[in-house]
Ligand binder design. Structure first.
Ligand code: ADP
Ligand code: MG
Length: 253
């Protein structure tokens, strides 16, 4: 049964998509069968694994609104064993259209349940909000991976996120657990980065991953080439650390 991990934080620009793309790529390369679900209307995870959105007949919008199945919509990626449920700007209107649907929080979960056993991991890249798309993701997920950028106001909004998680656990998905907390864009030259790591560790204790993602220019360049960093520059520090993170998520030391 595919372990379903939602990568969320309602803040934008904190490394969710970079983590979704590079974690799922490494899990595939290690030999796991992985489905990456792009549920952000910006569609950055889709382009990040080489999908040209103009060429798509369907996207995740059609799964949420038009009763298409995951198998109807999923695409192969440039990486063996990695499939993606792509997103396009069509998704931008989905939240409003979903409001009138029956059990609107469960639509993604139902779609995933039909294909869950075909994958080892299902990774969901959430949008930067706590709206219905993120609620659908948290309802469908076994666990939540939070990315936190090592910057000013890093902890701002986390109370709200954890509150949303609690509400989802109470009514929609009692089995939702915290997979882990990933610190991103760490810059060891600044006291600020070091302070943020300390604060986040105080708050989330042993749930913080040992591997911390450094600021690395290769990680920010790779998406414009439509490639995960391990294809763009496998020797970069960014590629190495995401590989180590994938092992940590798998429980391999
Ligand atoms: P989110 O999905 O949370 O909005 P992204 O993963 O898209 O965040 O990251 C925001 C921006 O920062 C992107 O331009 C991305 O390429 C860049 N970025 C992400 N992680 C790193 C990193 N570790 N080092 C340098 N740039 C990064
Ligand atoms: Mg994103």
């Amino acid at each position: 049964m595919g372990r379903t991990i939602a990568i969320a934080n309602q803040k934008g620009g904190v490394g969710k998509t970079t983590t979704a793309v590079n974690l799922s790529s490494w899990l595939s390369l290690i030999g796991k069968k992985v489905l990456l679900i792009d549920i952000d209307p910006q569609g950055n995870a889709s382009s990040g694994v080489g999908i040209v959105k103009d060429n798509l007949d369907y996207c995740i919008y059609d799964v949420l609104i038009n009763n298409k199945t995951v198998d109807d919509v999923k695409q192969k990626t440039i990486i063996d064993g990695l499939y993606i449920l792509p997103s396009t700007v069509d998704l931008a209107g989905a939240e409003i259209e979903m409001v009138n649907k029956n059990s609107r929080e469960n639509i993604l979960k139902k779609a995933i349940n039909q294909i869950k056993e075909k994958y080892d991991y299902i990774i969901i890249d959430c949008p930067p909000s706590l709206g219905l798309l993120t609620i659908n993701s948290l309802t469908a997920a076994d666990s939540l991976l939070i990315t936190i950028q090592c910057e000013y106001y890093a902890l701002e909004g986390l109370g709200q996120l954890m509150n949303t998680v609690k509400l989802v656990q109470q009514s929609l998905n009692p089995k939702l657990t915290l997979e882990g907390v990933l610190l991103t864009m760490f810059d060891g030259r600044t006291n600020l980065s070091i302070q943020v790591v300390d604060e986040v560790k105080k708050f989330f204790k042993n749930k913080v991953y040992k591997n911390i993602i450094p600021r690395n220019v290769r990680l920010s360049e790779a998406p414009s080439h439509g490639k995960p960093v391990m294809l763009y520059d496998p020797r970069s520090r960014g590629a190495e650390v995401y590989q180590e993170l994938a092992k940590e998520v798998l429980g391999i030391e």
